[in-house]
Design a protein around this ligand. Structure first.
Ligand code: AMP
Ligand code: ZN
Length: 142
């Protein structure tokens, strides 16, 4: 079990810091976010410490992903929401504040304070094809 002694989520997983848990599995705990974007907002926290999404083993990502439909149904029903967002902030530039990779499941209501969509950009010339080909070339073998 990998752990960072200075990590708040490792401490939550170990029970050294209190949390409000809604689900526990052998590889992850799911807690209420202490400062929810919308009330009912939960965090899926892998028990093992991996700083960012890119660091996660595939099987751990698959396990956390397998919890999403069930959690989305329960979260949305519990607060009588109309939909939900799932997000991982990976890296400080993307808004990650706790460097222990985790998923946010956020219930959504018509007229809630969250603003979506984000602004969009446009590709020019062959930029889209070149970008796709760079990504494809850099994918690790499956
Ligand atoms: P991120 O910015 O993606 O790293 O998300 C970190 C999240 O953890 C934020 O939404 C915080 O509100 C939440 N958070 C921070 N400390 C605690 C805590 N002790 N218990 C529950 N949630 C927390
Ligand atoms: Zn950690």
């Amino acid at each position: 079990m990998s752990r960072d002694p200075n990590c708040i989520f490792c401490k939550i997983v170990a029970g050294e810091i209190p949390s409000t848990r809604v689900l526990e599995t052998d590889r992850a705990v799911v807690i209420l976010d202490i400062n929810p974007v919308v009330k009912g907002h939960v965090l899926i926290i892998p028990r093992d410490h991996y700083p960012q999404l890119r660091d996660l083993p595939d099987e751990l990502a698959a396990h956390a992903g397998s919890l999403l439909p069930r959690l989305a149904r329960a979260v949305v029903s519990a607060v009588r929401a109309e939909g939900s967002n799932v997000i991982i902030n990976s890296g400080g530039v993307a808004g990650q504040t706790i460097d222990h990779c985790h998923w946010h499941v956020i219930p959504r209501f018509d007229g809630d304070p969250v603003h979506w969509p984000w602004p969009h950009q446009a590709y020019s010339g062959d930029e889209m094809a070149r970008t796709a080909s760079r990504i494809t070339d850099l994918l690790d073998p499956a």
